[in-house]
Design a protein around this ligand. Sequence first.
Ligand SMILES: [Zn+2]
Length: 323
Amino acid sequence: VIRTPDGVAIGVDVGGTKILGLALDHEQKILARALVSTPHPAAPDGGVALAGSIAELVGELDDLVGAGAPVGIGLPGLVRDGSTLVFAPNLQSAQGADFASLLAGPLGGRPVTASNDADFAVIAEHRAGAGRGHDDVVMITLGTGIGGGIVVGGALVRGGGFAGEVGHMVLDVNGPPCPCGARGCWERFASGSGLGRIAREAALAGRLTALVALLGGDPEAVRGEDVTAAAAVGDPESLLILEEVGWWLARGIANLVCVLDPTCVVLGGGMAEAADLLLVPAQHHLGGLLEAPTRRPAVTLVGARFGADAGAVGAAIAARELM
Ligand SMILES: [Zn+2]
């Protein structure tokens, strides 16, 4: 039997199609990495199936670094008591599953903790990434929607388990409808789908001419990633769209600053490439949207350090902190 060296921890991040597992040493260096497929979301008894896949993944990492390291699990939904997935729109068959109980036997009784994936992402960035050295950090994950994680005074803010759902902060009560049932949520404007919507509206209004021509002349065919790609090679009309989305990003960040007054806001998520292009316009607009901008500590906007690994890295750090 290989003994796990002190300080090694395992982080697991459950995504829509793949589950990523990382084994980290005490300095957050990645010692080993493994991937398994996520069970089909419609699989019956999805919680049991998902726990089985997680146990298989941890077993692969155990073979590489030794058995017994504590395990943190990032889940795409709302998690109670560090264990139970209470709400997961994209993983409904696993709703209600208590992962600490399901995994107690298969993982040999080692410490197991679960949380929302964005909560773990902010822990990674605060403890060891772009937010290091700041006491108050907000992380915003830009993907199809907007997720968030909040650290205040060095500690994760969980609330009743639902804290940090910043994407559904309403910025325009008359705005476009959101799948959550409200109108004008922040993620309708500043996420990947928001970028796509704003770009298509612009194209239908006769803007984005070069990009529309490149896509065969159909303004409805414009997607967010097309705008990002065109902006990355300097298309001026696409850069203007990102400038507009950057304003919406800054508008929501300014609201969060009113409430939390962080000194650091970390941008991450699957839209990372666009996030880089949004960082400069958002930082530029933010100055003009804050109360008393010259009399308060600067709010630094930075790109995430850990990229797609953030959820798993933070899960491992949180698991180690439990020891
Ligand atoms: Zn919403």
